[in-house]
Design a protein around this ligand. Structure first.
Ligand code: PHE
Length: 337
C-alpha cells in the first residue's frame, strides 16, 4: 500500500519547520513558491495522488487539501508578522530625534545695492519725497533734449550712449530724464526721488560699469533756494555716513542745472577723511522748467543725482564696482545680515 499519508505528513512537517526559520518577506515568498507554487512540492504531491487506487483518492485528496490550507494559513500568519517586523525596524531606524538641533537653513540676503537704495529712499521718504520709477529704454527727447542738451551739443560727450534705435531710442544714461517726465505730468510742488538702472557705452574698469544705478532727486516749489539743496543733502549725508560727516560743494557743470555743483563728503571712518565726490546737483535750469511747462519766474527747484554703488563702495570698502553684478556668492554673502 502506498503510504500517501506518510508522504503528506512528512512534507507538511518539513514545510512548517522551514517556515519557522523564515522571517523576512523575500524568504517567505521563496518558501511559498517552493511549497504552494504551481511547481511547488505540495502541488506535485497532489498531482501524484492521481496514481492512487480509486478508493484511496478521496481521503488522500482531502488530507492534501487540508495540508494546503494549513500551510497557507501558516504562511499568512508569518507574512503578517514579517510585515509588522519590517515596519517596527523602519520605525526604529528612521526614528527622528526631535531634541537634536535643526540643520541651519541657508538664508538669502539683500544685494548691497538694494541695501543702500533702501537707505536712500527711506531717508527721502521720511522728509516727504515720493519714490517714482521711469523707463530704462528712453527717448532722446527726455534723456537729452528736455534737459537742455540739444543734438550736437558737446555736452552729449559726457554720456556715452547705447542706442536701441538711433537717433531717437536709447538706454537712459542717467535718471535725469525723469525730471522732465515728472514735471511734464504733474504740477508743483514736486518732491520726488527716482532710483533706477542706467546704461552707458563704457570701457569697464574698477570704477566704471556699463550698467549701474542712480538715484535722482527733484524738488520744485515757490521760493526754493540753494540753501534748501545744501540743507537737504547735508541731512542726507549724515543719515548715510553718520554724524561726523562733513560735506563740501564745488562748482561743476551739468547742462540742466544752473549753478551746478558736485558734493563731496569727508568722514574720519572712510579713507582717513579724504574728500570723496558722491553726487552731482544744482538748481534746476530755468529752461528745463520752461520746457516742462513750468513758469520759471514763479518756481525754482533743485535736482541731484547720485550713484548708490559708489556710496556702497565707500561704506563697505568695496574696491571694484564690477563685483556688484558679477553674481559671485563669495562677494554677495558678505552682506547677508
Ligand atoms: N545726471 C547727472 C549725471 O548722470 C547727475 C546729476 C543729476 C547732476 C541731477 C545734476 C543734477 O552725471
Amino acid at each position: 500500500m502506498d503510504d500517501w499519508q506518510g508522504r503528506i505528513d512528512t512534507l507538511r512537517e518539513r514545510a512548517l519547520a522551514e517556515l519557522e526559520a523564515t522571517a523576512d518577506p523575500d524568504a517567505l515568498e521563496k518558501w511559498r513558491i517552493a511549497y504552494l507554487g504551481r511547481r511547488g512540492a505540495l502541488t506535485e504531491a497532489l498531482r501524484g495522488l492521481s496514481a492512487l487506487p480509486t478508493e484511496q483518492r478521496p481521503a488522500a485528496g482531502a488530507a492534501a487539501n487540508e495540508t494546503k490550507r494549513a500551510l497557507e494559513a501558516a504562511l499568512d500568519k508569518h507574512q503578517t508578522a514579517a510585515r509588522g517586523q519590517v515596519l517596527t525596524r523602519a520605525l526604529e531606524n528612521e526614528r527622528v530625534d526631535v531634541t537634536l538641533p535643526g540643520r541651519p537653513v541657508s538664508r538669502g540676503g539683500l544685494h548691497p545695492t538694494t541695501i543702500i537704495l533702501r537707505q536712500i529712499t527711506s531717508f527721502f521718504q521720511s522728509i516727504g519725497y515720493q519714490v517714482v520709477e521711469g523707463p530704462e529704454v528712453e527717448l532722446d527727447k527726455y534723456n537729452f533734449e528736455m534737459l537742455n542738451i540739444p543734438a550736437n551739443h558737446p555736452a552729449r560727450d559726457m554720456w556715452d550712449t547705447l542706442y536701441v534705435q538711433p537717433p531717437e531710442v536709447l538706454m537712459r544714461t542717467h535718471t535725469s530724464p525723469m525730471q522732465a517726465r515728472v514735471m511734464e505730468s504733474t504740477e508743483p510742488p514736486v518732491r520726488v526721488i527716482v532710483p533706477g538702472r542706467c546704461y552707458r557705452y563704457e570701457a569697464q574698469d574698477a570704477t566704471h560699469e556699463w550698467m549701474f544705478y542712480q538715484v535722482e532727486g527733484l524738488a520744485v516749489d515757490q521760493g526754493i533756494t540753494m540753501a534748501d539743496l545744501k540743507g537737504t543733502l547735508f541731512a542726507f549725508a549724515r543719515h548715510i555716513f553718520g554724524p561726523k560727516v562733513k560735506v563740501r560743494f564745488r562748482c561743476d557743470y551739468f547742462p540742466f542745472v544752473e549753478p551746478g555743483v558736485d558734493m563731496g563728503i569727508s568722514t574720519p571712518e572712510i579713507k582717513g577723511g579724504d574728500w570723496l565726490e558722491i553726487l552731482g546737483a544744482g538748481m534746476v535750469h530755468p529752461r528745463v522748467l520752461e520746457m516742462a511747462g513750468y513758469d520759471s519766474s514763479k518756481y525754482t527747484g533743485f535736482a541731484f543725482g547720485m550713484g548708490p554703488e559708489r556710496i556702497a563702495m565707500l561704506k563697505y570698502g568695496i574696491t571694484d564696482i564690477r563685483q556688484f553684478y558679477a553674481n559671485d556668492l563669495r562677494f554677495l554673502e558678505q552682506f547677508v545680515s
